[in-house]
Design a binder for this molecule. Structure first.
Ligand SMILES: *Cc1c(COP(=O)(O)O)cnc(C)c1O
Length: 344
């Protein structure tokens, strides 16, 4: 298996996830959508409420450990799941962590700034900073470097977890490995999936999984659902990540442009903002399957799947694998907005 992934085993990795995560059938949602739907439970990767970031951070913490870092510095949205899992991983490894919260979502209330992942970060003992702009990746990166410089002046050895373009997409390697896990599970259960549906934000999850599947010769469609940028910008980002992954692994460019599918029809009004289709998807998943989705990510992905099933972009009767990437703690930060849409 891993021979297909070139140099992947040479990248240091700290285990943070409970793997493999289950793939479950979702019979009542299947009936709703006219599909055969399965759910990959990456919301159950274990550490600190889990999610896709445990798989990604294994490689950043591996690099941090190799460098001898004693402090982690990371930036993300206020309700970032990435930051929360990083804070938990730092705690577990006995490292200090400094987090920068970017104001990516306009007009949010006090609850958004205090509950959900923010509450968890505080319990975990993370040092907090705020960055006023949510769309300035270069600025947020510079601010994070300034925090690291100050820590270095104090005698600490900081490691920055980078998210912006211009850094090798180390986190995507977690999803290259997840591709092998999924293929093994599908083979063991003799299931043939037509389409994988997945969130496309930083794009590490989407690009890593797509690259891993193609490197293994798997032809199933991988449909990204845009949660932060429009389809054109996201397409470019995924193409760049795939090129970077092929360089990092020393594997040929196994992903063709036609393999990169991104849908931005449920993104509006923007990152981290609820819309009616997303609220409906959250309610439907809960009431059909007892399954919690989150407003910024998996709720939008389910809304995207519903839209693509309705217009038959995803053919009726298809076997679909929905990657549940986690994010459920953010539900509590969106209480008033959700209750507005969802009260029975
Ligand atoms: C970060 C996140 C995503 C998006 O993953 P990327 O690798 O950034 O594209 C999806 N779902 C949840 C719950 C997340 O926290």
């Amino acid at each position: 298996m891993t021979t297909k992934f070139g140099r992947l085993a040479a990248y240091p990795r700290v285990p943070l996830s409970i793997l493999p995560t289950a793939i479950e059938p979702a019979p009542r949602l299947s009936a709703e959508f006219g599909l055969e739907l399965f759910i990959k439970r990456d919301d159950l990767t274990g550490l600190a409420f889990g999610g896709n970031k445990t798989r990604q951070l294994e490689f950043y913490f591996g690099a941090a450990r190799e460098e001898g870092a004693d402090t982690i510095v990371i930036t993300g949205a206020v309700q970032s799941n990435y930051v929360r899992v990083a804070a938990a991983a730092a705690a577990r490894l006995g490292l200090e962590i400094h987090i920068q919260s970017e104001e990516r979502v306009p007009d949010m209330d006090e609850l958004y700034h205090q509950s959900g992942n923010i509450l968890l970060n505080d319990i975990l003992g993370a040092h907090r900073y705020s960055y006023p702009d949510g769309e300035d990746e270069a600025g947020a990166d510079a601010a994070v470097r300034a925090i690291a410089d100050k820590l270095r002046d104090e005698g600490k050895r900081p490691y920055i977890v980078p998210l912006a373009p211009g850094h090798p997409p180390l986190g995507a390697l977690g999803y290259v490995l997840a591709a092998a896990e999924i293929v093994a599970q599908l083979q063991a259960s003799d299931t043939k999936i037509d389409t994988v549906v997945i969130a496309s934000g930083s794009g590490f999850t989407h690009a890593g999984l797509l690259f891993g599947l193609r490197a293994m010769g798997q032809e199933m469609a991988v449909q990204g659902i845009c949660v932060r940028r429009n389809a054109e910008a996201q397409f470019q980002r995924i193409a760049n990540h795939c090129r970077d992954i092929s360089e990092m692994l020393g594997v040929g460019e196994v992903v063709a442009d036609t393999d990169i599918k991104v849908f931005d029809g449920v993104l509006a009004p923007g990152y981290g903002q609820l819309n009616p289709a997303t609220a409906d998807a959250i309610v439907l998943a809960a009431r059909c399957e007892g399954l919690f989705l989150d407003p910024p990510y998996t709720g939008k992905v389910m809304a995207g799947l519903m839209a693509l099933a309705a217009d038959q972009t995803i053919a009726p009767g298809s076997k679909v694998l929905f990657i549940h990437t986690g994010g459920t703690p953010a539900l509590f930060a969106y209480g008033p907005q959700l209750q507005h849409w969802t009260r029975p």
